[in-house]
Ligand binder design. Structure first.
Ligand code: NI
Length: 177
């Protein structure tokens, strides 16, 4: 297993639309293992392949308290979403340090293949439902800040770009790459 680099907003690659996974083979299983390692290492509750610059429909999630209940969604599709909506404070590993309110369906039903390539259907509510909707947006090239007002989004963009420039300077000064 290997930890992968997570793209940071506003990296344009985050807006790539992912293609379906063609088959759950050894390459995909390695990718799943890498994504789980990357997500746990970053203390995230979800990670989409898009975020590590792999543009295939693949998501990993773990909303359990003990971080021991990984969910793997390959070629996921939301087949039903409740009309009931709820406003949640969301964050994203690709938008570090930013949290803001996004309205989502309170419950969803999703079909997908699991990590072994077996079909599964998940009925989700609460945090899991929100997380599934957030991660599936990534596969469509959509980051949660796009639900916010243009004003807020531009502020976030400037803030993160400034932060990225400072990190780069620090890297150069310390001779890192
Ligand atoms: Ni995210």
């Amino acid at each position: 297993m290997a930890k992968r680099t997570i793209l940071s907003y506003p990296d344009p690659r985050l807006h790539t639309v992912a293609k379906p996974v063609q088959g759950v083979d050894a390459r995909i299983k390695t990718l799943v293992a890498d994504m789980l390692e990357t997500m746990y290492d970053a203390n995230g509750i979800g990670l989409a392949a898009t975020q590590i610059d792999v543009h295939e429909r693949l998501v990993v999630i773990d909303v359990s308290e003990d971080r021991d209940k990984p969910i793997v969604l390959i070629n996921p599709e939301i087949v039903w979403a409740s009309d009931d909506k709820v406003l949640n404070e969301e964050g994203c590993l690709s938008v570090p340090g930013i949290y803001d309110g996004v309205e989502r369906s309170t419950s969803v039903r999703v079909t997908a293949l699991d990590g072994e390539g077996e079909p599964q259907t998940i009925e989700a509510e609460g945090l899991l439902a929100v997380c599934i909707q957030h991660e599936l947006d990534h596969l469509l090239g959509k980051v949660f800040v796009e639900y916010l007002s243009p004003l807020k989004r531009n502020r976030i963009k400037s803030k993160l770009l400034k932060q990225q420039r400072e990190d780069q300077k620090l890297d150069q000064r310390e001779g890192r790459r």
